[in-house]
Design a protein around this ligand. Structure first.
Ligand code: ADP
Length: 501
């Protein structure tokens, strides 16, 4: 879920959850309390009425009996001096938590409940105070609440009389109070519960992943780039974790490649110093031999001078290779791309090579299966450098008396595939994936004698890739190596030719 939707959901839960839970809780509480009220007072009113106007409900409860007594008081007041008559009504009211009081002048001549009379007696108003026209009673609050209905009348002897119907609210009011109390408590509990639930949810989905991200950032700050962050969700924070992880991996790769680069530079410096030192030592030795007059005969002197020249050439080649590699590595190599006819190009190439190889007792087998018209857009000089590097390696790593070099060229659709196979020492399987890395030498100690810099194939790879091709190697140790590369055909010309057909 997206963060926006999550916050919206949280908002709705915050609103809806308390409402639903409160409705359920309030419904249950009100139901229980109402049942108890209805049972206690034997009322038949609905819940809303009981809650909104409980006094009126109870007022209604005793209304019938009260009216009868009222009528009797007004029409036949002598009846109110008859204890048996009043007792009858009083019995009827007892079930409704009510009782009757009859007052004559200031004296109470009848009470249906002596205990409660002592509680309420101070609250009973004097004759003439009650408004008898109003239907309903008067609420007497305080610690012991009562509902008082009263009717003034005159006894037959002219004495002032008041008949009271008192309803005890001591059970109802606490019940309603506790109902309100319970509702408020449950409201608070539900509110807290919802808030805790939401806090936990937000903590789990927002704060927890943010904390993990913070820890990860601190780890990176301290240089630990291995601390990986797994996204816990697919929302914006999950995406942030993904981006963070991607950034960490890139940073790690960058630092690793930087470290590797520094290692390479160190290795390069050590290689250069070693590779330069070997011919330099030889040059120094032969030159000293000449100066010291060790080479006495003209033949010997010529041999010394030739060796010095050869070693100087080796050094010059190495320096050239290094400066070329630095150019190609920084992408500052100015290629001069031209349309080249591949058949003509390779035919010339093989002619050049065959002279050299013949001297080295290496047979060359050339199999060109492409059409005469196939062209590539390439830098002829750099392509030649690639071929020279590969053929040079084939010569360098030849361990047989008779060398065989096979060059095969095939048309494979959009590309031309060139295979150069030798019958040399071969490359161990574990080294094959790395031979195109700069400064990589399969068997460094053995190969150092052969004078390689470990740059030849790295340079070749870069040149081929700059020509939109690929280069790879296949090799069987002891049997030989095949270096294969592809070159993209000149499609413009290819298209034109197809149309002519
Ligand atoms: P180098 O200057 O050392 O030859 P390269 O980049 O040309 O460097 O080659 C890298 C390594 O690959 C060499 O050191 C060698 O071990 C191995 N290699 C390349 N070509 C051949 C081959 N034809 N036969 C055997 N080993 C080879």
């Amino acid at each position: 879920m997206r963060l926006k939707d999550r916050l919206l959901t949280a908002f709705f839960i915050m609103i809806a959850m308390p409402i639903i839970l409160l409705s359920v809780a309030a419904g249950t509480i009100v139901n229980l309390q109402m049942n108890s009220i209805q049972e206690s007072y034997d009322v038949d009113a609905d819940t809303i009425q009981i809650i909104t106007n409980p006094i009126q409900i109870l007022n209604r409860l005793t209304r019938g009996t009260y009216n009868e007594i009222k009528l009797a008081a007004l029409k036949t007041p002598q009846m109110l001096e008859d204890k048996a008559y009043i007792n009858k009504w009083n019995e009827e009211l007892k079930d409704k938590y009510s009782f009757i009081i009859v007052r004559k002048n200031q004296e109470i001549i009848y009470t249906g409940n002596k205990d409660k009379l002592t509680i309420i007696s101070d609250d009973l108003q004097a004759f003439g105070v009650y408004n008898t026209d109003v239907d309903g009673g008067m609420y007497v609050g305080g610690k012991n609440p009562f509902l008082v209905k009263a009717q003034d009348f005159y006894f037959t002897d002219g004495a002032e009389g008041t008949i009271f119907v008192i309803t005890d609210l001591n059970t109802l009011v606490p019940q309603i109070k506790s109902l309100v109390k319970q509702s408020v408590i449950s409201f608070l509990i539900i509110l807290c519960f919802t808030a805790i639930l939401l806090m936990y949810w937000i903590y789990r989905s927002i704060i927890l992943p943010l904390n993990i991200l913070r820890v990860a950032m601190n780890q990176i700050k301290d240089g630990d780039l291995d601390f990986s962050v797994q996204p816990m969700s697919s929302d914006e924070i999950g995406q942030l974790c993904d981006d963070f992880e991607e950034m960490r991996i890139r940073l790690k790769e960058l630092i690793d490649s930087r470290l590797q680069y520094e290692e390479d530079i160190k290795e390069l410096i050590s290689n250069i110093s070693h590779d330069l030192k070997t011919p330099l030592t030889a040059i120094k030795g032969y030159a000293e031999g000449l100066v010291d007059g060790v080479a006495v005969t003209p033949e010997k002197q010529e041999k010394y001078l030739k060796t010095i020249l050869m070693k100087a050439n080796d050094m010059s080649t190495l320096v050239d290779e290094l400066s070329f590699y630095s150019k190609i590595d920084c992408n500052t190599m100015p290629y001069s791309f031209k349309e080249i006819n591949l058949r003509d190009y390779f035919d010339d190439c093989i002619e050049d090579l065959s002279l050299d190889l013949e001297v080295k007792n290496i047979d060359i087998r050339y199999d060109n299966q492409i059409e005469d018209s196939v062209e590539v857009v390439a830098d002829a000089e750099q392509l030649k450098r690639v071929i020279n590097n590969i053929v040079g390696n084939a010569v360098k790593y030849l361990d047989k008396q008779k060398g065989i070099l096979q060059i095969r060229i095939h048309d494979i659709g959009t590309f031309v595939k060139v295979e150069i196979e030798d019958n040399g020492a071969g490359i161990p399987k574990t080294d094959i994936p790395f031979i195109f890395d700069r400064f990589y030498r399969a068997d460094a100690s053995r190969n150092s004698k052969k004078g390689g810099s470990g740059l030849g194939l790295a340079i070749s790879k870069k040149i081929i890739e700059d020509h939109a091709g690929k280069i790879w190697a296949e090799s069987v140790i002891g049997q030989g190596t095949t270096i294969i590369f592809t070159l993209k055909k000149n499609e413009k010309l290819d298209g034109k030719r197809n149309m002519e057909k």
